[in-house]
Structures are given as C-alpha cells and as structure tokens.
Ligand binder design. Structure first.
Ligand code: NAD
Ligand code: IPM
Ligand code: MN
Length: 370
C-alpha cells in the first residue's frame, strides 16, 4: 500500500478548529479506501511559542521536510502581539515557506453558484467566477534585506523593507502560471508596478521574455497592480490566471476572497520545484485566512477553506484526482443544500457551526465516493 506522509500543523485560533474537520476526512479515507495516510502533528505559531519559545521548533521543521505534504491551519492572535519580532507566530509560517522553498502559491477563487448572493458584489459580477491567483511566495519584500528598524539618533527611526527579485524567481513563477493557464482558459494577466518599482520593470521584462520563449500560445496581458485590484472588483470574470509578486498577491487574494462570498472559502497550495530525480514537489496546503481571533473558540468558523486546501493536497501532492473532484463537488453540493456557516449565511439557509459543516461535507463526500 502507498504510504502518504502528512504533517498537520493546526496552529492557533480557528486553525485548530478547522484542522479538526480535515482530520475526519483523513481518518475516513484511511478506513474506507485504504488511502494510507500517515499523519504526524506539530506546533506552529503562538502555540509553538508557548511550548518552545519559538514560532516553529527544529523538530517540527524536520518533520515538515520529511513529509510528503504539510497541512497548515492558521497562526497569530492578540495573545502574541508583544512577543519579539523574530519569534512572532507569523515567522513560523514564513520559515516553512522559505525553508521548504515553496515559491508558488496557488490561490483559486471560485464562486460556487449557491454563493453568488453571499458576495458583497452583485451576483452577476461573481456568478460562475473561476480565477487563479499565482502568488510568488519566497521572495520580494517579505524576504529582501535589509529588513530592519534603525535608530537615526535624532529622535527618529527608519523602518526598512527591501523588495528584491532575481530573474530566475520571476521566470519560475511565471512558468507555473503559464503552465496552469494551459489547463484552463489559456490566459495570464501579470500584475506589478513597473511605473514605480525597479523590481516591477524587471518583473514585466522577465514575464514577457518567458512568454515569448516558451509559452507564446498562452494569451498574456500586463496590468499595473493597483488597476488590477480595481478590475478584480469591477469585472473579475475578465481574468483566468493572475501572476504577481508576494505582497501584491497577498492583498489581491484577500480581495478575491470576497468575490467568493467569504475569506473562509479560499484555499491555497504552496508548491516547491519538482525534485530532479523523483519529480516530487515539497508542498504545504494553507487556507488564505488567518486565525480569526474575533471568532476563535466559538465553533463557528467556516472550515471550507481548510477542507478545500486538503482537496488541493489530494490533487497536487497525491494525484488523487477523483477524490479531489469528489471533495470539491461535496462542498458545492452542501452549499447547494443551503447549509451555511455564519460568514456565508443567507436568508432561508440552515446556519451551522464548524463541526456540522465538516460533517455535512464528509457525508456528501462519502456518498459521492461510494
Ligand atoms: P483573519 O483572516 O484571521 O480574519 C479576517 C476576518 O475574516 C475576521 O473577521 C475573521 O473572523 C474572518 N474570517 C477569517 N477566516 C474565517 C473563517 N474560516 N470563517 C469565518 N470567518 C473567517 O485576518 P486578521 O484578523 O487580519 O488576522 C488575524 C491573525 O491571523 C493575525 O495575527 C494575522 O497575522 C494572522 N494571519 C495568519 C494567516 C495564516 O496563518 N495563514 C493568514 C492571515 C492572517
Ligand atoms: C497569508 C498571510 C501571511 C502572508 C502572513 C500571516 C504571514 O497573510 O498567507 O495570506 O502575509 O503571507
Ligand atoms: Mn494574507
């Protein structure tokens, strides 16, 4: 039997609650279909800080390195607002991304038909929406140096972050975007700010050159990232794949989440390069949302982003395409049945908590898989 090694890092806040729902799928798939998942658990974020004084321990990093895939919940919260910068909860997530070299973050924003009225935009704007944001995840202003606060000695301080991109980083992320576009509507829109940023000028040049060299069959468009944000809320269906840098991708994907009804709906896959000999990629699956301190501990968080991230794990790490399709269909069906968590609640729908939503999707998934 194939062994599939998963590391579960629930993290903080609602991360623990939404990961509990994914555990049910893992157990059920092992029991019913001999899926062969072997799971380990670890601590990340504030939970790791409380236990070990760091945002992720070396032991858990080693487990992440050894796993076929990592499932990540969420980190952060007001409890850790004043811990030292280097060990703040978010540092654990950033270290995982950097050390596993997960440079490609796929953030699909799909508006399920049943949720067209849950978006803050008009239903006709979002109905049938299916876009994919490809966010560069290991470079840019998140990781460039210098990154520091210096004392200018005159009562003033200076905060510095540095946006850095090298050719190879732009080449590989745009190649991922072009390849994925070929499996979709064959359109890529690259977003940067070449009118202000040198890294934007280079980004534009390299995306254009990569397109010309290897992907000229794909339709390519360039857009300034601020205009891209505007177009995302004006008429998002004009897009297929959007490729952009780390910081713009962060913001644009939060915007895109509201097109789908809620931030609680958006999954993501963070992928590394395929290994030269085995072809296997390191991968982590992480919802786009955070630890939601305002609703944590109440059992009301929407687990769909986490469950859909697990579906992406089945698809991208284990090539379990039928299972991934069934899981995504199960989510759509449950929404169709009018079962809703508070964030996507609609008139006449049945309001449920995190556990009931997870149970309903699991029941539907098992029905579809029978
Ligand atoms: P957030 O995503 O945690 O929450 C933003 C809003 O969306 C809140 O009102 C929250 O209740 C709601 N929301 C988010 N996920 C939801 C879900 N699944 N179901 C229902 N409602 C949901 O963002 P924030 O409040 O800006 O940040 C809180 C903490 O999370 C911060 O420490 C931040 O750094 C961290 N964060 C972590 C990640 C991550 O771990 N991947 C991502 C974003 C933010
Ligand atoms: C995300 C989050 C993270 C990011 C934070 C928590 C480090 O906002 O995954 O979107 O900025 O990348
Ligand atoms: Mn974000």
């Amino acid at each position: 039997m194939t062994v599939r090694k998963l590391l579960l890092l629930p993290g903080d806040g609602i991360g623990k609650e939404t990961m509990a729902e994914v555990r049910k799928f893992i157990v059920a798939m092992n029991d019913k279909f001999n899926a062969g998942f072997e799971t380990e658990e670890g601590l990340v974020g504030g939970s790791a800080y409380d236990a070990h004084g760091v945002a992720i321990s070396e032991e858990d990093m080693a487990k992440a390195m050894a796993a076929d895939a990592v499932l990540f919940g969420a980190v952060g919260g007001p409890k850790w607002d004043s811990v030292p910068y280097d060990v703040r909860p978010e540092a654990g997530l950033l270290r995982l991304r950097k050390d596993l070299a997960l440079f490609a973050n796929l953030r699909p924003a799909i508006c399920y038909p049943a949720l067209a009225t849950a978006s803050s935009l008009k239903p006709e704007v979002v109905e049938g929406l299916d876009i994919l944001i490809v966010r560069e995840l290991t470079g840019g202003v998140y990781f460039g140096s210098p990154k520091e606060i210096i004392d200018l000695g005159n009562g003033q301080k200076r905060g510095i972050d540095t946006q850095v991109y090298d050719t190879y980083e732009i080449e590989r992320i745009s190649a991922v975007a072009f390849e994925l576009a070929r499996t979709r509507k064959n359109k890529v829109c690259s977003m940067e700010k070449r009118n202000v940023m040198k890294s934007g000028v280079l980004w534009n040049e390299v995306v254009t050159a990569t397109h010309k060299a290897k992907f000229s069959d794909v339709q390519l468009e360039h857009m300034l990232a601020d205009a891209g944000g505007m177009q995302l809320v004006r008429w998002p269906k004009q897009f297929d794949v959007i490729v952009t840098d780390n910081l713009f991708g962060d913001m644009l994907s939060d915007i895109a989440s509201m097109l789908t009804g809620s931030l609680g709906m958006l999954p993501s896959a963070s992928l590394g390069a395929p290994d030269a000999t085995t072809g296997k990629r390191k991968a982590m699956y992480e919802p786009v949302h955070g630890s939601a301190p305002d609703i944590a501990g109440q059992g009301i968080a929407n687990p769909i982003a986490m469950i859909a991230s697990f579906a992406m794990c089945l698809r991208y790490s284990f090539n379990m395409i039928t299972e991934a399709d069934n899981l995504e269909r199960a989510i759509a069906n449950v929404l169709e049945q009018g079962i809703r968590t508070g964030d996507i609640m609609a008139e006449g729908a049945k309001k449920v908590g995190t556990t009931e939503m997870g149970d309903a999707i699991l029941a539907e998934f098992l029905k579809l898989s029978a």
